[in-house]
Design a protein around this ligand. Structure first.
Ligand SMILES: [Zn+2]
Length: 220
């Protein structure tokens, strides 16, 4: 598990904290994955490209405007900058985006198969099944547009043949969703490996809990 330190008090600290915890909890390896957080005033703080998470400091973070122009920082922003900004531009109620290559979630991304919302808390925190987006090239604006379109009523989406994206009010909440989705993917994969029939939640429960997701997303 990730080390626990003092709680972050600024968006920049929250981005760095989520990046370190993402590594500590095994959701990424090396310098893969990236985190963004919307700053008060509308600029966006991004993790940099090709900097190890365990040595990353606040000084390594990059601040950009919503069009991607760097306004602060001496590093290059993550190569998935357009993915983060497309989601934040399209969904003003969101404050953070996380992208990881979590192993079990990525297994579903390779299969182009949604992760089914068969556990109650997934519906509450994600809004329903985790959909799989159409394949688009890494780092392209097309990928950002494709993903943003899938996140209007969901807290997570799979990138075909690539990985996972989650979103929330804060980096910490987006990280919680990433961990929940990865754990769910592992549970569903394991249940299938047992040869089990996976039963869906009752329709009524799904609808009610999706309403809770919407409320939490609009009232963070
Ligand atoms: Zn990636």
């Amino acid at each position: 598990m990730a080390e626990t330190g003092p709680s972050p008090t600024t968006t920049r600290e929250a981005v760095l904290d989520a990046a370190r915890k993402m590594l500590g909890s095994g959701l990424v390896e090396g310098t893969a994955g990236n985190v963004s957080g919307r700053l008060p005033g509308g600029l966006v703080c991004l993790t940099p490209s090709s900097v190890a998470y365990d040595t990353m400091t606040l000084d390594d973070l990059v601040v950009v405007d919503l069009d991607g122009t760097v306004v602060e920082g001496h590093r290059s922003p993550t190569t998935e900058r357009d993915l983060h900004l497309a989601v934040l531009r399209r969904h003003p109620e969101l404050g953070a985006v996380i992208h990881t290559h979590a192993v079990h979630a990525t297994m579903f991304a390779l299969a182009h198969e949604p992760i089914p919302a068969v556990i109650e808390e997934v519906v509450v925190y994600v809004g329903g099944d985790v959909p799989c987006c159409e394949y688009r090239g890494t780092g392209t604006a097309d990928l950002g547009a494709e993903v943003a379109a899938h996140l209007h009523d969901r807290g997570a989406a799979l990138l075909a043949n690539h990985g996972l994206v989650t979103c929330g009010a804060t980096p910490d909440k987006a990280l919680h969703i990433a961990a929940l989705v990865e754990r769910t993917a592992q549970i569903v994969w394991g249940a299938r490996a047992m040869g089990a029939t996976i039963h869906p939640l009752p329709e009524r429960v799904n609808a009610d809990m999706a309403g809770v997701y919407r409320y939490l997303r609009d009232n963070p």
